[in-house]
Design a protein around this ligand. Structure first.
Ligand SMILES: C[S@@+](CC[C@H](N)C(=O)[O-])C[C@H]1O[C@@H](n2cnc3c(N)ncnc32)[C@H](O)[C@@H]1O
Length: 395
């Protein structure tokens, strides 16, 4: 872990205990800038703007810095904002620090897993933050790198670690886990219907020869899936590769810890935006937010008891999906789900769509002629896009 600093174009890494210059890595950015398009960029900027642009110095955390596309746009839009960028991938950090060099005097780049955010903030001396973005999953750098093993479409050693300096590789997982463990992880993390068959195929193959390449694994998975099922749901190995990536990087455990910790660090008026790419991430995000936006007091009381009111309000209605234009311009945006929330001022009574207000409207609706008892009374124009019962307030 360390803070990346920029001195006269040379990147230096300052560890918690020592100050040691690190080799500039000679990163060529031209090619990457061309291929990387930050997902839902305009919407993220719009959601973060009221928190970051409210005057004076504000602090934004990019918890998944990647190639710094979102971070660069935030820094350009908010000249007073300090950015703390985290990534567990040292290669991503090397690219990001070149891309952000012109903002060096207000950027801290940290090699860290995002569940380490509270310690990072303590060390840097920021007790609270104003904005935070989680753009989950793998970066285009990781997917496209021929030697990282994330992509089923190209042959590479089975690595899949986002942080190549530590941890277990996908090769170790597929060659050492027992049948029940493999089946469980494929079923839970990959939502793979044929988990048992794929696990059996992996075990049969590794008894013959160690499985070391992504192409061989993709082939095994394809052969293990019944032919009619291969024709639906994208590439047959997609779910297996997702499951292995989640396991290797302990992605869900880190996210489950990181989201509440990040919400705790947001100042009043501070905003969090999360971009998820599969249902497991989105579910964890939804749960973390739901816990903060609901009243903890008795719902049938006319007023909120002190300390029981919601601490956040939703800014998104359910999970926001990308528009067709976004997906056409950036196919990696196809599976994105956006959720966002803002910390409320505990001293200001909340108006409108709180649980209590919704309850009152529902009870009132039950007593009005022509309405069905128990009807939601919800305005159909504001119904959510993913069928959940959440309602955002918009921005
Ligand atoms: C989708 S990319 C982010 C792209 C970025 N928003 C941009 O505009 O370039 C996700 C990044 O998050 C990093 N990452 C994933 N899980 C992480 C974790 N638990 N802690 C820190 N970084 C993580 C990955 O290494 C990857 O670089």
């Amino acid at each position: 872990m360390g803070i990346w600093r920029y001195d006269a174009g040379v990147v230096r890494r300052q560890d918690a205990y020592t100050t040691e210059p690190v080799q500039p890595m000679g990163v060529q950015m031209g090619e990457l800038r061309g291929t990387h398009v930050p997902v839902l960029l305009e919407r993220c900027l719009e959601l973060l703007a009221p928190a970051l642009g409210r005057g004076g110095r504000t602090v934004h955390v990019d918890a998944t810095l990647g190639l710094a596309g979102h971070a660069e746009a935030v820094l350009a839009a908010h000249p007073e904002t300090v950015l703390i960028g985290l990534d567990r991938d040292t290669e991503a950090l090397a690219h990001a620090r070149v891309r952000l060099a012109r903002f060096a005097d207000r950027v801290h780049l940290e090699h860290a897993v995002y569940d380490e955010l509270p310690e990072v903030l303590d060390r840097l001396g920021y007790p609270t933050i104003d904005g935070i973005l989680f753009d989950l999953g793998v970066s285009s750098l990781q997917l496209d790198a021929p030697d990282r093993g994330f992509a089923y479409a190209q042959d590479a050693p089975l690595d899949m670690r986002m942080d190549q300096t530590r941890g277990t590789t996908a090769e170790e997982v597929v060659n050492t886990y027992g049948h029940p463990e493999l089946t469980r992880l494929l079923r839970v993390y990959g939502e793979e219907k044929f988990a048992g068959r794929i696990a059996s195929a992996i075990i049969r193959e590794r008894e013959r020869v160690r499985i070391t390449s992504s192409a061989r694994l993709a082939e095994l998975v394809r052969d293990a899936i019944p032919a009619p099922a291969r024709r639906t749901g994208g590439h047959p190995a997609k779910r297996t590769f997702q499951a292995l990536r989640i396991e290797v990087n302990r992605e869900l455990a880190a996210l489950e810890t990181a989201l509440p910790a990040a919400l705790d660090k947001l100042d009043v008026g501070g905003r969090m935006v999360v971009l998820s790419y599969h249902s497991l991430e989105d579910r964890l995000t939804k749960q973390a937010l739901a816990d903060r936006v609901r009243s903890k007091g008795p719902i049938d009381l006319p007023v909120e008891l002190p300390g029981t009111g919601p601490t956040f309000r939703l800014l998104s209605r359910g999970a926001e999906l990308p528009g067709e234009g976004e997906v056409a311009a950036n196919p990696r945006a196809a599976s994105v789900r956006l959720r966002a929330a803002e910390r409320l001022d505990p001293n200001v009574a909340q108006q409108g769509r709180t649980d209590r207000e919704r309850y009152r409207r529902r009870v009132k609706g039950m007593h009005q002629p022509g309405t069905t008892a128990g009807g939601s009374g919800r305005d159909p124009q504001r119904s959510v896009r993913d069928g959940t019962d959440e309602e955002g307030e918009g921005t």
